[in-house]
Design a protein around this ligand. Structure first.
Ligand code: AMP
Length: 213
């Protein structure tokens, strides 16, 4: 696929998101965005080899936002990140892309934060959860997080989650999510264990390799 896409409008995004991108000053898609957005909008799974700083957050966030039904205040997308810092950063990015989506709610949940606060926020309802694997697993086990309405699952910086010892938690989460959802796995490197996660949990994967922008 060509990566010399001139505009976000060529990628199939809605008018509302296009307006937001103009407002926040995104003029042209980065190569990873040009490659991923149409494939994800088509509903395929993605295994993306991509570094930070390539624009990968928008590459997975924009297509998943197109699938969110605002009227349903239940988690429809789950993004797993290795650290709380990344969870917060990704949640903030989604919030900025949701500027023309009134009622959109994204919630970061991570280890170290009080359960009381998280339980209150989860009970209020969120469309997208961005979380670290251990805490997401805890909430699933306690049944304080329900993924029955899940449409999209993103594993961000999968090799970092592996390096930090979270891969068993990630696998557990993948085994406890509904069968029917789209999965996007991003990793800067592709160690054997990440390939195994792909082979076991992703369907008919589109493998994309991106260099830093
Ligand atoms: P990321 O790799 O997702 O962490 O993004 C790196 C930085 O690039 C972030 O500050 C984004 O807001 C910014 N960015 C992502 N895509 C674009 C784009 N198409 N145009 C301008 N800035 C972008």
């Amino acid at each position: 696929m060509s990566t010399s896409v001139e505009s976000f409008a060529d990628l199939g995004l809605s008018e509302s998101l296009l307006k937001t991108l103009t407002e926040i000053g995104y003029e042209t898609p980065s190569p990873i965005q040009a490659q991923c957005i149409p494939v994800l909008l088509d509903g395929h799974d993605i295994l993306g080899m991509a570094q930070t700083g390539t624009g990968k957050t928008a590459a997975f966030a924009l297509p998943l936002m197109e699938t969110i039904d605002i009227k349903v205040a239940k988690p429809q997308a789950l993004i797993l990140t290795p650290t709380r810092e990344l969870a917060i950063q990704v949640a903030e990015a989604l919030q900025s892309y949701a500027k023309n989506l009134p009622g959109f709610h994204v919630l970061p949940i991570y280890g170290g934060q009080s359960y009381t606060i998280q339980l209150k926020q989860l009970a209020r309802g969120a469309h997208v959860i961005v979380g670290t694997p251990g805490r997401v697993m805890d909430h699933l086990e306690r049944k304080t997080l329900n993924l029955d309405n899940l449409k999209t699952l993103v594993l961000d910086e999968a090799d970092e989650m592996l390096r930090m010892g979270f891969i068993d938690d990630v696998e557990w989460i993948l085994e406890h999510t509904p069968e029917q959802h789209q999965t996007a796995l991003f990793s800067a490197t592709m160690p054997e264990q990440i390939r195994r996660v792909d082979q076991k949990h992703l369907v008919d994967t589109n493998e994309l390799t991106m260099k830093a922008a």
